[in-house]
Design a protein. Sequence first.
Length: 353
Amino acid sequence: MASVSVDEAMRRAIALAARGLGATSPNPVVGCVLLDADGEVVGEGFHAYAGGPHAEIVALAQAGTRARGGTAVVTLEPCDHTGRTGPCSHALIAAGVARVVVAVPDPNPVASGGAATLRAAGVQVDTGVRAEEAEAGNVAWLTSMRRGWPYLIWKYAATLDGRSAAADGTSMWITSEAARIDVHALRGTVDAVIAGVGTVLADDPRLTARNLRDGTLAIRQPLRVVVDSSGRTPAEARVRDGAARTWVATAAEVGAGPDGRVDLSALLAELHHRGVRAALLEGGPTLAGAFLAAGLVDKIVGYVAPKLLGAGPTALLNAGVTTIADAIDLELTDVTQVGPDLRITALPRKREA
Ligand SMILES: NC(=O)c1ccc[n+]([C@@H]2O[C@H](COP(=O)([O-])OP(=O)(O)OC[C@H]3O[C@@H](n4cnc5c(N)ncnc54)[C@H](OP(=O)(O)O)[C@@H]3O)[C@@H](O)[C@H]2O)c1
């Protein structure tokens, strides 16, 4: 086989890492490509699920003795601690790897230190190769580890005139089946789905990730979180059907903000503590407005249907904006047609302090 450059190997490792998206939490996604001393690929691996072997271990097992004197190309700094599996730094040293190339350092204080251990054992360590690309592939995990609360995606569906329901309260369905299938796929990539008690009372949603055609549940279900200051979620609500774990987060349990409602920062800190790295905020307009006003939303995914209602609630309420100069500016990152609808992805621009 022809030899490949370290840069090409990193590109491949980043693609491998992406295969674990949605399945590795509370761990990151990681990919690894092992090159022998001549630069030939002798092993590949990715972290497929929490508790499973790390990417480096999978690649080392494939490479066997051909790893000796070779280069390990890894999207994230190899771990240095014994969790559910042993430290990757030690495994790389034991296999006789001569060089380790890392895209992004590990921000997790518990697991970091792999680069230092490798260097101390005489292994050459280089960092920063395709760092931006690797960072983008792991953005939810890296962001949540650096700051201690989950990466939050606000998803909503609206008509072209921005309505999330009709004047009589009916909202099923604003968007097409194709868009709703897309949402279920999105639910499968996060660790928690969050809704306000207003949505639970109005729509009685299941909030599970499932196959919309036959109703089968995805193997991995996000934690369902109902933000419910005083515990108004009915005992017979579908979110309590046992199909997935559910947490009804009350102000008594989480803490209350100045308005007496659930303190949203404390809620996110508690979710992080429970292993949630990426969360999907699914509604409705009151809760979305409160999260946006607090600057806690990292990404917005809007499904816009080619329909007009002319009346009815809007997709967003009270986001702390009263004048045009204070509008929440967004950077558009993607526009894709999904069936007859548009899926618009945007990132809120950081505001000046
Ligand atoms: N088109 C869409 O994408 C979409 C998605 C979801 C829902 N919806 C629609 O939205 C409507 C429901 O709207 P909604 O605004 O009443 O629902 P919501 O945003 O899901 O729930 C609002 C409730 O959340 C609770 N809450 C707890 N802590 C809060 C905090 N810190 N800040 C703000 N709220 C907090 C409040 O009740 P407590 O004070 O009692 O806790 C509040 O009334 C339904 O008609 C539904 O169909 C549309």
